[in-house]
Design a protein around this ligand. Structure first.
Ligand SMILES: [Fe+2]
Ligand SMILES: [Fe+2]
Length: 172
């Protein structure tokens, strides 16, 4: 096995966290879709897809490392949001939490001197840097626009290449 039991177990937990993030973003996206804020809805549906991809990367690692995949129960996402700010704030806090979770995985890999795992996890460290930045920028834009000015946020999302389609810039 290419990873310790402790690391495999922690990665299994992370598979649940990533699927949990995916569900949370589906929930946020549907909130915005219900408000006819299609740009925000599209942005969060796409985030949901990305979180699923993250979960699958961890799944692949467990399988490749010869570990036992054990997907934990995933908590129900928050389903109602009073304001756009509340929804985006929750997303930012989630990304900050995930960043700490990834650091926790890196700490285990380092303790194990597992250089394969450290290299694998590097991608997620960079990804979190981007996701926290993106989400805090979006929160700033939402705050500046105000709840009555969310159409400005829609325009921003359509205009900014990194938000309109992150993959267009070669990002993930
Ligand atoms: Fe993620
Ligand atoms: Fe994320």
């Amino acid at each position: 096995m290419l990873a310790s039991k402790e690391l495999i177990s922690a990665i299994n937990t992370q598979v649940g966290n990533e699927f949990g993030a995916s569900l949370q973003y589906v929930s946020i996206a549907s909130h915005f879709a219900g408000e006819a804020l299609t740009g925000l809805a599209r942005f969060f549906y796409r985030q949901a897809e990305e979180e699923r991809e993250h979960a699958m990367k961890f799944v692949q690692f467990v399988v490749d490392a010869g570990g036992q995949l054990e997907i934990p129960a995933v908590a129900a996402p928050k389903s109602t949001f009073a304001t756009a700010k509340e929804a985006v704030q929750a997303a930012l806090e989630w990304e900050q939490e995930v960043t700490q979770q990834i650091y926790g995985l890196v700490n285990i890999a380092k303790k194990d001197s597992n250089y394969i795992a450290i290299r694998f996890l590097d991608w997620f460290v960079t990804e979190q840097f981007e996701e926290v930045n993106t989400m805090s920028e979006l929160l700033q834009v939402v705050e500046r626009a105000g709840e009555d000015g969310l159409l400005h946020v829609e325009e921003f999302l359509a205009r900014e290449p990194g938000f309109a389609d992150p993959h267009a810039e070669g990002g993930e």
